[in-house]
Design a protein. Structure first.
Length: 113
């Protein structure tokens, strides 16, 4: 059952979406927004936990369900911090500085033609 949990979660959300139900809980939306950071950071965190398993056997997330839940929580928290503290400010900076500059360049090039 444990390996099928992510599949069941995605399937359930897709089924809800297909009947017009949307998840609008702010915490879940935040985790969804931080999903790219989660994608990037989860392997680093899980590898760190794996290297610590010799000293702390309770961190064996592949055999201990509480350790797996803890690993998911840590990955979610760290990715949310990265999203809010790094990713969002960078995107905002791009939107306010880089994209308007690109728009001006495109307008200048189109006026030359």
């Amino acid at each position: 059952m444990y390996p099928f949990a992510p599949f069941a979660l995605v399937l359930g959300v897709l089924l809800l979406h297909s009947v017009g139900k949307r998840i609008e809980h702010p915490l879940l939306l935040l985790i969804g927004s931080a999903s790219y950071a989660l994608y990037l950071i989860h392997t680093i965190i899980l590898e760190m936990a794996r290297t610590l398993q010799n000293e702390l056997p309770s961190l064996r997330y592949n055999t201990n369900i509480m350790a797996a839940i803890f690993a998911v929580a840590v990955c979610s928290i760290v990715s949310t911090i990265i999203h809010l503290g790094l990713e969002k400010p960078i995107v905002k900076s791009f939107r306010t500085h880089v994209f308007p500059m690109l728009d001006r360049i495109q307008l200048q090039e189109s006026s030359k033609q």
